[in-house]
Design a protein around this ligand. Structure first.
Ligand code: 1PR
Length: 529
């Protein structure tokens, strides 16, 4: 029997799904005394260090947890579950950790790294451990802004390290207590294998089968499959695909398949993440959209890489006059299996107000509220920009680029106008200022579309992507326009984005995900195999 220390802050649905998919059942820790009764305890810490420790204290869990750990009983910490074993964290100065491992958790240096460290990286296993039995050096999925550095004081805990700027502890273990900074539940087959070792209590795994990996660890570029989902005229929820955001052909909504089946296919074909965009959610109340939530639930039971969902994340008052906050909507998406939520139109309105206030935060936005509870890494901003051409940079207050593809009247400059409602309405905000403002408000990643390139197969808009990439330190996903494998290598080389996303070429089976990955590998670009 596996006991799960879910203290009710954040999203552990993915972990529950993974444990159940591996055939184990879970008991929830509901009161302090349950901790000492546990046979095997998993602590999937989520959100911020301070909030996690504060909850543990409030629930009376700290004492029993320390006793459980002091007795060297089977324990697996994940992410904040690893960090909480230390004495404290720069994330919340003054808040005490469990203090089992000496030292402090510190933030990655965002002056020369994208932070959060979000994506697939190698793990250098430094000594044999049954946890890593059979580990063949596969990349594992990380998402965090703070990390523990290896030091002489924690040397006896050090199990694995990973490089991101400098080495950090990606796994620790002493006796029966282990913790990992990556997310095994989101790390595909390799992560599930590791999780199974802990769940099954494979302490006796044959030492000849214990993997110790090589010297270098390398962070991978991500390849993401995107599914635009909406209800067609027959009332079925379908994956569709626009041509510059127009999803109708001969009056009908294009139907490119069933959302759950397609998502599962992409997982099996090697997608590093899967994104669903509920493209008409701006019209309807998303919590009434039960089929979409059901799609998410079913997908998360069989897809073990990160899942993002966007569309309709905003506050809302329903027909009965009951008000829901954007956080309520996001809660429901997370409960249904999302690992990240993506905010489109609402981010544009938020930034308009933020700019009116002269760039001051007031805590009222969906971005701030969701990132406060779930962490910055759970909040993606989906930007839907369209080019606006001008003769000179002085012709607009917006950030312009000199473009290699001049406008219809030969204009040599353009800016990138943010739109809302699926591209239907342009606003007086540009993509660069939007990205910067959203980063300041607490977003953890930018999904950068281009209405001009969407569905054209003409390649990514490097001018747009380069401008946004240079303006923020959070990860950026290039989107719109992928037509062949070369386009992925080109966008990674030209803009240094962390991820590239495509839809049409995958749905129509024109370019399989494996082909993209093998081409990137041939070009010397690091990817997850
Ligand atoms: O505004 O918070 O409700 O979110 C709505 C979300 O739905 C936004 O993320 C917005 O991008 C998306 N959306 C709205 N309308 C459309 C449409 O197509 N009519 N889809 C739409 C945007 C863009 C992509 C697409 C890439 C790659 N889809 O993500 O997948 O352009 O396509 P390609 O590889 O085929 O070129 P809110």
């Amino acid at each position: 029997m596996i006991s799960l220390l879910d203290y009710g802050a954040g999203n552990v649905r993915s972990l529950r799904n993974a444990i159940q998919a591996l055939g184990f059942s879970i008991t929830d820790i509901e009161k302090p005394s349950d901790i000492l009764k546990a046979e095997r305890l998993i602590f999937p810490g989520v959100g911020a260090f301070g909030a996690a420790m504060e909850r543990l204290h409030r629930l009376g869990y700290v004492g029993p947890l320390k006793e459980y750990l002091a007795a060297d009983r089977p324990f697996l910490g994940i992410c904040i579950g690893l960090q909480s074993l230390f004495e404290g964290s720069e994330e919340c100065p003054g808040v005490e950790g469990l203090g089992l491992i000496p030292g402090q958790i510190r933030r990655f240096d965002a002056s020369h790294l994208s932070v959060p460290h979000m994506g697939w990286n190698d793990v250098r296993v430094e000594r044999p451990s049954p946890l890593f039995a059979g580990y063949a050096g596969e990349k594992l999925y990380f998402v965090h802004s703070y990390r523990a550095e290896p030091s002489p004081e924690n040397a006896d805990w050090r199990l694995a390290t990973t490089d991101y700027g400098a080495p950090f502890l990606s796994a620790v273990q002493r006796g029966q207590i282990a913790a990992v900074q990556f997310h095994p539940e989101k790390s595909g087959a390799a992560g599930l294998r590791l999780l199974r070792h802990f769940l099954a209590g494979d302490e006796a795994a044959s030492m000849s089968d214990v993997g110790v990996s090589g010297a270098d660890t390398r962070f991978a570029k991500r390849v993401i499959a995107c599914l635009d989902v909406r209800t067609n005229d027959a009332g079925d929820l379908v994956v569709t695909k626009g041509d510059q955001y127009d999803v109708r052909e001969a009056g009908e909504v294009r139907n490119l398949g069933k959302p759950v089946e397609l998502a599962q296919r992409y997982y099996e074909e090697g997608a590093d993440e899967v994104t669903f965009l509920n493209i008409t959610a701006f019209r309807d109340f998303p919590l009434a959209d039960q089929p979409m939530l059901e799609v998410l639930r079913r997908t998360s039971e069989r897809v073990f890489v990160p899942l993002t969902i966007g569309g309709g994340i905003r506050s809302f008052t329903d027909a009965n006059g009951v008000s829901y906050s954007a956080l309520d909507v996001a809660d429901e998406y997370f409960r249904s299996g999302a690992d990240k939520v993506s905010i489109g139109s609402d981010a544009v309105y938020t930034v308009e107000r933020y700019l009116e206030r002269g760039g001051a935060k007031d805590g009222s936005s969906a971005i701030e509220q969701i990132s406060e509870v779930y962490g910055a890494q759970a909040v993606v901003i989906s930007i839907d920009p369209r080019r606006v051409y001008v003769e000179t940079p002085e012709a607009t207050r917006h950030f312009t680029v000199e473009t290699a593809t001049p406008g219809p009247n030969g204009e040599r400059y353009c800016w990138f106008q943010c739109t809302v409602k699926g591209g239907r309405e342009g606003r007086d905000v540009d993509a660069v200022e939007l990205a910067k403002a959203c980063q300041d408000l607490g977003a953890g990643e930018i999904l950068l579309n281009s209405i001009d390139r969407d569905g054209t197969g003409a390649g990514f808009d490097h001018e747009l992507i380069g401008a946004v990439r240079a303006a923020v330190s959070i990860p950026v996903i290039a989107s719109s326009g992928a037509g062949c494998v070369e386009h992925f290598a080109e966008v990674f080389a030209a803009t240094d984005v962390e991820a590239a996303l495509a839809a049409g070429i995958f749905h129509r089976r024109e370019v399989p995900i494996e082909a993209v990955k093998s081409y990137l590998r041939e070009q010397g670009i690091e990817i997850r195999a």
